[in-house]
Write a protein that binds this ligand. Structure first.
Ligand code: FAD
Length: 325
């Protein structure tokens, strides 16, 4: 078999927690499976994975390395690279092209390409992302407990984020930045919880000795802070799916768009027959363990779908054989 005509039961696009979990489930069901992974998991900047039972604090790269080893142990294949194109062939299989020019085919696709965190465009935010610029209290809230935390209002979830981080520290400030005036009830909640409101636009973050030290306002005044919380826009990595007619739909919160995701049923089946999705590409709030669970569920459903197809094909083949006698 040449590299141009390698055929798999399933190609998994994206080898993060979701893709690898689905692939392991498929490989353990003796499905031929190829995971193609560009190697840029969303939580790469973080020091550890939190809230993953039994793996608390494990470096993200170590968790994925363990997953890749488990996949290899069951005969699953992994290719480092980017899937650049996908199309449906006349024989109903999917043709998948990699950036190294390799082309393979698959009976089913599991798309687990994750999402991109589009950060507010302010000096210091991207540089400190995942270290002392954060978004998620469940990912690294405990690690910044009791610290001087600033909530940078960059989206509709800012007040909610302030309340969540207030659970972890008595010293929380809310930077209204370019956002609208807060409704009376929200301002009252912040006030009652001792969350101080800072008016004025933020110009950027102050960093000293590789450490966040403050929030600089356009007035030049610097408010000392050691942690800043922002609300990125969560944009699904859906580019590869467009030729199949799948495009991520806008996701709204409080009437505002906060990101996008590919729609799927609870098993991960998308609107396109044969294509399943799992993890952040279809659920922007899914954490690592939730993404892994979604990958497992999708993998199991793909296997079930293939089992039915194989059984039907076996019946047809048997009848044809009987008819030929
Ligand atoms: C800074 C930060 C810290 C976090 N900390 C935690 C935490 O402590 N605990 C927790 O539970 N969650 C945490 N999260 C959330 C966590 O990152 C996600 O839940 C998780 O990464 C989702 O897994 P996934 O498999 O869906 O996507 P990802 O992990 O993002 O994996 C997707 C993979 O697909 C690859 N890919 C994309 N497009 C292609 C393509 N065309 N071809 C091939 N490969 C492709 C990417 O390179 C990537 O390797 C954190 C998030 C951030 C941003």
């Amino acid at each position: 078999m040449t590299s141009e005509d390698q055929q798999y039961d399933v190609v998994v696009i994206g080898g993060g927690a979701a893709g690898l979990s689905g692939a392991v489930a498929l490989a353990r069901s003796r499905r031929s499976v190829l995971v193609v992974d560009a190697g840029q998991p969303r939580n790469a900047p973080a020091a550890g994975v939190h809230n993953y039972l039994g793996r608390e604090g494990m470096p993200p790269g170590d968790l994925l390395a363990a997953g890749r080893a488990e996949l290899a142990g069951y005969g699953g294949e992994l290719a480092a690279g980017v899937v650049t194109a996908v199309h449906r062939q006349d024989d109903d299989r999917f043709g998948v092209t990699l950036d190294d020019g390799r082309a393979v085919t698959a009976r089913r696709l599991l798309v687990a390409t994750g999402l991109v965190d589009e950060l507010p465009d302010l000096p210091g935010v991207a540089e400190r992302w995942g270290r002392d610029v954060l978004h998620c209290p469940y990912c690294h809230g405990w690690e910044v407990r009791d610290q001087a935390i600033g909530i940078l209002a960059t989206g509709p979830t800012a007040v909610h984020q302030a309340l969540l981080f207030r659970q972890l520290s008595d010293d929380v400030m809310f930077f209204r930045h370019a956002g609208p005036e807060l409704p009376d009830d929200e301002a009252a909640q912040l006030g009652a919880l001792g969350i101080r409101l800072v008016d004025g636009e933020v110009a950027g973050l102050e960093v000293t000795d590789d450490r966040l030290t403050g929030v600089r306002l356009t007035s030049g005044y610097v408010v000392p802070r050691s942690v800043v919380v922002v609300a990125p826009r969560f944009t699904a990595n859906d580019q590869v799916l467009a030729p199949l007619g799948l495009v991520a739909a806008a996701q709204e919160m409080h009437g505002q768009v906060v990101g996008s995701a590919i729609a799927a049923d609870p098993t991960g089946a998308s609107a396109v027959p044969g294509v399943w999705v799992a993890g952040n590409v279809s659920d922007l709030s899914a954490q690592v363990v939730v993404s892994a669970a979604a990958g497992l569920r999708a993998g199991a459903r793909i296997n079930a779908d293939l089992v039915v197809e194989d059984a039907r094909a076996a019946v047809v083949a048997r009848r044809e054989m009987a008819g030929a006698r």
